[in-house]
Design a protein around this ligand. Structure first.
Ligand code: FMN
Length: 357
């Protein structure tokens, strides 16, 4: 049997195979940040993925970047997520909720409190964001004070506790894709002169403190962390020449916390990925963005990953696992329905059994 179809342990849970559902924002939550009414169906349809990593979920009002994304900072949101995790567990899958603080990748018109976004430094990303009025420039963010940094860490900690109360099997801290934690990591967005900016150690500090706080709250074996080494130009993130050294420092520091997993959104640097594998003793999840289908398990077979989370194909194929096992053809993802809208492109992707009726 191919290694892809063998069990593996991730923190407290044992997965039936090596695929997982990658986190994907779908912008279909209610305006109050409770998961939308189709969320239970959407996630439970994809239960055969084994581990479902949820869409980015804001730990506070400040943390929201996009319209109609869910939160985890009040009781109504906890109760909403409970329904989702129950539905997922009933189908035999596990769910990690991704805690995503968008930082400066936000707009006052997208958040409930309509305040300026927050960031390590008052530097706009120089890109636009979608609002109800269409695309708008992202304004210059408010530079977090040290006190506000502490409050933000506490927000992550509380949201992690809320995720567990909501029945999640763990949380994934979003340190990738140009959002708040990576804004601290990158020189282009972090010009602070205190202990949170400047040297590699200082720029890594915020992310590590968030990870420590969350692990203390819910257990390291229920805490995952996502990174995406490399520049992310469409988010105004340039990590610079020291980028590899940054991750050579960060990964072993996170490894000291004995987290359930590290999740690498991998786009280019195979050498760095191999080094990360060497530096990371626990479960390593590698989402190799844009790989062709025949390479879906390349990192697992070649020993660079324990689990390979899948994004767009799992979005478009509720029964992706069964299709791959039977070598069946796949539904194509429809990009026009990725963000926002109704059941179309969300819960109406067909399964093989439906197609054969
Ligand atoms: C519709 C959509 C929404 C996404 N939202 C998130 C998100 O909320 N958090 C995150 O870390 N990555 C997000 N991603 C990135 C995916 O997790 C994944 O890294 C990316 O799609 C590449 O993997 P793939 O080629 O298997 O799709 C999103 C991707 C898509 C397609």
């Amino acid at each position: 049997m191919k290694k892809m179809w063998t069990e593996t342990k991730v923190g407290r849970i044992t997965l039936p195979h090596r695929l997982a559902m990658a986190p994907m924002t779908r912008s279909r939550a209610n305006v109050d940040g409770t998961p939308g009414e189709l969320a239970e169906l959407y996630y439970s349809q994809r239960a055969s993925m084994g581990l479902l990593i949820s869409e980015g979920t804001q730990p506070s009002e400040d943390g929201q970047g996009y319209l109609w994304t869910p939160g985890l900072y009040n009781q109504a949101q906890i109760d909403g997520w409970k329904k989702v995790t129950n539905a997922v567990h009933e189908k035999g899958a596990y769910m990690y909720i991704q805690l995503m603080h968008a930082g400066r990748m936000s707009h006052p018109e997208n958040t409930p409190h309509h305040r300026q976004g927050v960031a390590p430094s008052a530097i706009a990303p120089g890109v636009q964001i979608v609002t109800e009025k269409g695309m708008q420039d992202i304004p210059v963010p408010h530079e977090l004070t040290k006190e506000e940094i502490n409050t933000t860490i506490l927000d992550f900690k509380k949201a992690a506790a809320a995720a567990i109360e909501a029945g999640a099997d763990g949380v994934e801290i979003h340190g990738a894709n140009g959002y708040l934690i990576q804004q601290f990591f990158a020189e282009s967005s972090n010009k602070r002169e205190d202990e949170y900016g400047g040297s590699i150690e200082n720029r890594a500090r915020f992310g590590i403190e968030v990870a420590k706080a969350v692990a203390e709250e819910i257990g390291a074996d229920r805490t995952g962390f996502r990174i995406s080494p490399g520049d992310i130009a469409n988010m105004g993130i340039f990590e610079g020449e020291q980028s590899e050294d940054f991750y050579r420092y960060l990964v072993p520091e996170l490894a000291k916390l004995n987290l359930a997993y590290l999740h690498v959104k991998h786009s280019s640097n195979d050498e760095l990925l191999t080094e990360i594998r060497r530096m990371w003793p626990n479960a390593l999840l590698v989402n190799r963005a844009g790989r062709p289908l025949e390479k879906i398990d390349v990192d697992i077979e070649e020993g660079r990953a324990d689990v390979a989370p899948v994004g767009a194909w799992s979005l478009a194929n509720p029964d992706l696992v069964e299709r791959l096992q039977q070598d069946a053809s796949l539904n194509e993802p429809d990009r026009s329905t990725y963000f926002g809208g109704d059941s179309r492109g969300y819960t109406d992707y067909t399964t093989m059994s439906y197609q054969s009726l």
